[in-house]
Design a binder for this molecule. Sequence first.
Ligand code: NAD
Length: 503
Amino acid sequence: MNDQTTPIKSVPLLINGKFIESQASKLIPVTDPATQNVIANVPCATENEVAETIENGKTAFENWKNVSVGDRARLMLRYQHILKEHHDELGEIVAKETGKNIEDAKGDVWRGIEVVEHACNIASLVMGETVENVARKIDCYSITQPLGVCVGITPFNFPAMIPLWMFPMAIACGNTFILKPSEQDPLTPTRLGELFMEAGAPDGLLQIVHGDKSVVNQLLVHKDTPAISFVGSVAAGEHIYRTGTHHLKRVQALAGAKNHMVVMPDAQKKHVINNLLGSSVGAAGQRCMAISVAVFVGEARNWIPEVRDALAKIRPGVWHDKNAAYGPLISPEAKKRVLRFISEGKKSGAECILDGSECQIDGYPDGNWVGPTMFKSVTTDMSIYKEEIFGPVLVALEAENLEDAIKLVNENPYGNGTSIFTSSGAAARKYQHEIKVGQVGINVPVPVPLPMFSFTGWRKSFYGDQHAYGKQAVKFYTETKTVTARWFEEDIDTGVNTSITLK
Ligand code: NAD
């Protein structure tokens, strides 16, 4: 219920270094997912406002592209320092607007800070290559140059980490950046923007516009936005990839997931169960790297009742409840969607061995709660297997052997993350080699790589350029120019005869 009396603030846009109130006629309420209290209103920026950010970004780019790589790194060093000072405060903002428990929320901030740390190292990341004497007295070398005004469109589930995947690397490469954060939790990205300005960022380097798909579409088709980074659902990702590339832009779209954990009978049972709990229902299952499918191989199927019993002992709760394993879903619509899947699962013949549909939390009757839920006897034609549920729902399948498990995982439409739990090196090596998925964990449930590696996805989990995130992001946010140079028209007479005749 929303019985508030304090006025609701409108989330400002960050345009050319200033936080301004939008002239928008359309406002979207941002709600606390545990209470439905409106905590802010997010404006859908007007066409003029979006057009203005692009112009500002272009103007700022003319200067920023010539700023020394050392100064660009120094801005990131200051930003990294300020983010660390504000780490706990940012964690609390994340927790309040997403409902995540506080430790999880701080983890979201920390993973973002790691990318900023990586961006501090920009000089060595943008280095080109050189070969002397590719022909006689001709040298060849490559240089990397920024693109211009880059755009980022981010989802609700990591409001700190995912914006920080994008704009620090893009800006460190010499670009300017327009961020369009999720309309469901815009307060964290706004604070990230304030702290970036506090770190000394020149006006127009990072701009933030808010809104829904109409704002995205304007950014997508504009002639002066050469590169688009997107993270979110498959439906939006496909649209953004199609539209952006149709307009001849560079697009990377990280999309949805259905991540499998393959449980071999030689794995350590306790280890498997502990890891399945956090990775399946942690963050209410609203992680693109959540384990949503467990494939029990051979005799490991006998562990299903124990997994169920362990899941039954955990419960969601409000963000500051230290005993709660996870928080509410982001919105009533998200909850409705998860409940629809649970109901479809039951109708399709799967056995619901733990049902969190009726979950209630004392003192928070309006929260978007769903308790841990588990299905067994699931088959690959069921919607609870084929589609991303994005809730605290674990579906269990069984396979006779590793070959069958690998085939199952490779035939799933998604390929974001996966893990295998086993004590056999041979099984782990086979899995690593044969599995067609972007991130692979071996006895690690959620294998999210650090920024010195790439983050990618196969099949429906990733569209476009494979250079997302971290080290490889430099390739996405720059052009390479190869120079072939003959330095002198005439030989310089050094008095030394340098010519040789090859035999
Ligand atoms: P979403 O696709 O609904 O929204 C993401 C962003 O796209 C938001 O900024 C939103 O305003 C915008 N958007 C939504 N629909 C659009 C449309 N039709 N046209 C243009 N823009 C549109 O995603 P979400 O619900 O915020 O996030 C959850 C999804 O993100 C899940 O599917 C999850 O798997 C995925 N995700 C993937 C990764 C990854 O690395 N692969 C990481 C995090 C989240």
